[in-house]
Ligand binder design. Structure first.
Ligand SMILES: CC(=O)SCCNC(=O)CCNC(=O)[C@H](O)C(C)(C)COP(=O)(O)OP(=O)(O)OC[C@H]1O[C@@H](n2cnc3c(N)ncnc32)[C@H](O)[C@@H]1OP(=O)(O)O
Ligand SMILES: O=C([O-])CC(=O)C(=O)O
Length: 436
């Protein structure tokens, strides 16, 4: 057993009595009340999920295992010669709650190397798809196809005990995470670079190897590390994390679950917003003939978008009530590495112009930018201008968090998810006693 898996087993066994005690001794204690507006309104704010991997405070933003983004970037072992930490070390933190030593990071790297060969059938499936398929369709399809090799599926058929499910999910998750950077880079080079595929380099870390397979030089390796870490997890209620959790709760294996979560991430109100931001900016730039608009001109574009019934992509949030710290982390990167990039200037202008307009319009509960407003500009700067691809990058990161959550959910024996629905008649009766 790898040292990561051993540590995880210890942590899961230590944690189980806490969960069991809460259910057995305190199962009837109320956590929340549910209002009609929440039943109809996307369950917003209802506390009905549990995870220890990350927590989202509306005003502070995300903490991973209790650490803020600056703390994570500072405390995790760094790749020699780079600014950013190892993604492998970050996964160790998500899974165990502990900051790994350099040796523990190297062991995760070795574990990934041993698992990273992508089966040929995955590439065959990708090559058989229409080349103009959206990269998210390709990515989700490639991942789902690997159900064929699921360890959990085989163990389940053999009659594995419930207490050991997590171990088979761990095997599948590590097999998947080791492969997805190559699958994603393959989709990129196949679709957009005439199929000129760059083979993986086993000496490089996950972020470095991804940059290498994308064919982009430094500091794109650090961009990849930062990007995967920032996008990994956002507590459990967001569409992708919740979908992954829900699907896995039926004991669908990691391949089905991650493919499903990617399908949720591919929606324009969720992960696809990063693609939408660049598409929208492109429209603004085209109509300005490439020149940076004045503040007044930008305001007009924003109002035109709102008046045409569309949302301003990259702004607003279901939980956050201030600027997303993931936005700020990427903004700092931009200020350091690409302060003069014309698209960064556009994004910066939007930061100034959009929140007061959304406040004036008075609909959005949060007028501030989210992670998606700032991520595309960095990709664009380093040459990844095919903005359809951006959500795939988000998906690699999100897979780290969702896999970690699913392994823990099986470790703690969470049951199949099945909330209750009611009819409109029933709600009316609860509200004002009307009988149909
Ligand atoms: C990684 C991520 O998923 S981060 C989010 C990425 N998505 C985007 O950036 C898309 C733009 N933003 C939005 O559509 C929303 O803010 C969401 C989907 C993120 C959150 O949705 P909600 O929790 O329902 O937001 P909220 O309660 O503030 O919505 C109230 C109203 O404001 C509108 N609103 C919210 N944000 C925006 C926005 N950026 N532009 C215009 N209108 C907005 C909503 O559409 C809604 O309008 P309606 O009453 O006519 O339906
Ligand atoms: O938390 C949310 O609802 C959306 C989001 O920012 C994410 O999933 O990263």
């Amino acid at each position: 057993m790898s040292s990561l898996k051993k540590k995880l087993e210890e942590k899961i066994l230590q944690h189980r009595p806490r969960t069991e005690r809460l259910v057995k001794e305190y199962g009837d204690v109320k956590v929340d009340e549910v209002k009609i507006s929440q039943v109809i309104g996307g369950m917003r704010g209802i506390k009905c999920l549990v995870t220890d991997i990350s927590y989202l405070d509306p005003f502070e933003g995300i903490r991973f295992r209790g650490y803020t983004i600056p703390e994570v970037l500072e405390k995790l072992p760094k790749v020699p010669g780079a600014e950013m930490p190892y993604v492998e070390g970050f996964l160790y933190l998500l899974l165990t709650g502990d900051i790994p030593t350099m040796q523990e990071v190297e062991e995760v790297h070795k574990e990934f190397n041993a698992r990273k060969k992508v089966p040929q059938y995955v590439f065959d499936i990708l090559h058989a798809m229409p080349k103009d398929s959206h990269p998210m369709t390709m990515f989700a399809t490639a991942i789902m196809s690997m159900h064929l090799d699921s360890v959990f599926d085989k163990e389940y058929r053999k009659g594995i005990q419930k207490a050991d499910y997590w171990s088979a999910y761990y095997e599948d998750a590590m097999n998947l995470l080791a492969k997805i950077p190559e699958i994603a880079a393959h989709i990129y080079r196949w679709k957009y670079k005439d199929g000129d595929i760059i083979p993986s380099d086993p000496d490089l870390d996950m972020g470095g190897n991804f940059a290498h397979m994308m064919g982009i030089g430094r500091p794109y390796d650090d961009v990849a590390r930062l990007y995967f870490i920032l996008h990994s997890d956002h507590e459990s209620g967001n569409v992708s994390a919740h979908t992954g959790h829900l699907v896995a709760s039926a004991l669908s294996d990691i391949y089905y679950s991650i493919s499903a979560m990617l399908n949720g991430l591919a929606g324009p109100l969720h992960g696809l917003a990063n693609e939408e931001v660049l598409r929208w900016l492109q429209g603004v730039m085209d109509s300005m003939g490439g020149k940076i608009p004045t503040e007044e001109e930008m305001k007009k574009f924003v109002w035109d978008t709102l008046e045409s019934g569309k949302v301003v992509p990259g702004f607003g949030h279901a939980v956050l009530r201030k600027t997303d710290p993931r936005y700020m982390a990427q903004r700092e990167f931009c200020l350091k590495h690409l302060p003069d990039d014309p698209i960064f200037k556009y994004v910066d202008l939007l930061f100034k112009v959009v929140p007061p307009i959304l406040l004036e319009q008075g609909k959005a509960k949060n007028p501030w930018p989210n992670v998606d407003a700032q991520s595309g500009v960095i990709q664009w700067h380093y040459g990844v201008r095919e903005y359809e691809f951006y959500t795939v990058l988000f998906g690699i990161g999100r897979a780290l968090g969702v896999c970690s959550n699913i392994i823990w959910a099986r470790g703690l024996g969470y049951p199949i998810e099945r909330p209750k629905s009611v009819t409109t008649d029933m709600l009316e009766e609860i509200a004002f006693g009307k009988k149909s």
